[in-house]
Design a protein around this ligand. Sequence first.
Ligand code: HPA
Ligand code: ZN
Length: 326
Amino acid sequence: ITTYPWLLALPKVELHIHLEGMLEPELMLSLARKNGIQLPFNTIGQLYEAYRFNQLQDFLDIYYQGAQVLITQQDFYDLTWHYLKKCQQQNIVHAEPFFDPQTHTARGIPFGDVIEGISAALTDAREKHGITSHLIMCFLRHLSEIDAFNTLEQAKPFLDCLTAVGLDSSEKGHPPEKFSRVFNQAKTLGLLTVAHAGEEGPALNIWSAINTLGVSRIDHGVTAIDDTKLIDYLVGTQLPLTVCPLSNVKLAIFPEMSKHCILNLLEKGVCVTVNSDDPAYFGGYLTENFYALSQSLNLTQTQAHKMLVNAIQASFANDNRKQAML
Ligand code: HPA
Ligand code: ZN
């Protein structure tokens, strides 16, 4: 990164980042000790050993195990604050993080502790460092529609803390349309919608997220490259994709970074953005994702700049804030 100071210096916006995916090994092990949680890993070395994934599900299994060390409201605050410190270091001026409440409420953690811990850190970062943010609550798609409805119900007292709902976890076997009714209800509550689609699943899932969930953005969406009609649609509407290069390579969506399609999509005119997804697990935060593109795909400064402008346009920031960032 030292050889690419312009990457670090650019003001950046991040639209696809899971709070539970920022649980660094050190923090995971120290929270496990503090909270008396037994993990199948005892050392940082064992954790890194486990972080060799062949597919999305390998990652998800470990990601959900790791998240069990989060117990108190302060734990959620600290986790969020860890990311916001990274934002400062990397010159990320606006972020729209996801959280997965069901991972925690299923273990008996009160919904309010999760969202209040996260929101307090986001508020502090806004007041102390001028980092703006919008929080997105994701439903776990491997769980039932009823479970998602119950989660939305629990969110009702906290709608002020939320901008949108999203959809994550195992894409195979759990297409977007499974959640069309709960997304409709979220919209009636004034929430925007996004969804993971076209990561491991086919372009058809991207169409379904657009047509049955009414999403404002697609998270990942890289399999759009297989469907020329969809590419035309994405170019015509400028519906954004939040692409996560290091994540895609770690989860073997692409065999290596030099085979990643992000710059092809960009050159076709799709509104693509660069994001880190789960940086503690995939080996890099936002700057490192840009850096990987510059190393393997000869990302130019013009292309990097275009994708950052895309991220500002694609964000849920209001027009004044967008203007200030442009
Ligand atoms: N895909 C699906 N679910 C997730 C991801 C992802 O990349 N990261 C965290 N949960
Ligand atoms: Zn993701």
